[in-house]
Ligand binder design. Structure first.
Ligand SMILES: Nc1nc2c(c(=O)[nH]1)N(C=O)[C@@H](CNc1ccc(C(=O)N[C@@H](CCC(=O)O)C(=O)O)cc1)CN2
Ligand SMILES: Nc1ncnc2c1ncn2[C@@H]1O[C@H](COP(=O)(O)OP(=O)(O)OP(=O)(O)O)[C@@H](O)[C@H]1O
Length: 206
């Protein structure tokens, strides 16, 4: 666990230290990578994030989604006000009012009418702190995505209820965030793909 915390610290520093040109370049290149993903073009509800702590900025991608099709909607994570450690997803439009959460990340002002159930998200773009080439990921350490998406894991066994819709999970990271291997925790939700400004890795998690 200590090793995980140390690695998280190191990788967070590394992504913050990329130059503003590198950040800008990453934000532009990620659009090309994402537009080449078939399931992202098919999906109508896409969850993303607003940039924090040197993450790949999705600003150009979000703009392209807004401009491309009125059928597509974009959603953002909001810290759940009651269910601690979980996320809600709220719709994000150009006129959405934003506030800073306790981590200094912008999120939509909470209004029930704007909540989009996570099962309605076709694709979730998740910010990564670290990743390996097997699709294991390291996040900020809050366990928010793991808890919120744990329903995707409980579908084994003949007596389980009918499958809830499972969003495709796509990790987004800078190339420098790749490490040789990451330990898997039992609660880790497997990713379907990892996208960097230069590469897309696909994984099979059926
Ligand atoms: N852009 C973005 N939005 C996101 C996430 C993310 O990783 N990136 N999250 C992904 O889960 C959720 C927020 N999770 C977070 C978990 C920990 C910290 C963080 O900075 N922790 C500090 C301690 C801060 C404190 O407790 O006051 C730290 O580790 O230094 C930030 C966000 C929801 N929104
Ligand atoms: N499904 C879950 N149920 C209960 N606790 C969980 C669950 N998933 C994760 N946690 C808790 O969250 C803590 C942080 O998990 P971890 O270090 O894997 O975070 P992370 O994957 O880096 O963060 P995030 O999911 O926010 O990106 C763990 O110590 C674990 O106890």
């Amino acid at each position: 666990m200590q090793a995980r915390a140390q690695l998280r610290k190191k990788l967070r520093v590394a992504r913050r230290e990329l130059s503003s040109e590198q950040h800008e370049d990453a934000a532009k290149r990620i659009v090309l990578q994402l537009n080449a993903l078939p399931f992202l073009n098919e999906g109508t509800t896409i969850a993303g994030y607003l940039v924090n702590d040197g993450e790949v900025n999705l600003k150009y991608y979000i703009n392209s989604v807004w401009q491309a099709s009125s059928k597509k909607r974009f959603t953002l994570p909001v810290l759940h006000p009651v269910c601690k450690g979980h996320l809600l997803f709220l719709s994000y439009k150009p006129n959405t009012q934003l506030i800073w959460n306790k981590y200094n990340i912008e999120e939509p002002v909470l209004a029930c009418k704007n909540v989009v159930p996570v099962t309605q998200c076709d694709v979730i773009l998740m910010p990564l702190v670290g990743f390996d080439n097997k699709g294991n990921r390291l996040g900020m350490g809050g366990g928010y995505y793991d808890r919120t998406l744990s329903f995707t894991q409980r579908q084994i066994g003949s007596h389980s209820p009918p499958k809830k819709r499972r969003p495709k999970l796509v990790g987004i990271a800078h190339d420098i965030q790749e490490v040789d291997a990451l330990p898997i925790a039992p609660w880790d939700v497997p990713l379907d793909a990892i996208v960097t400004p230069t590469r897309t890795l696909h994984f099979t998690n059926s």
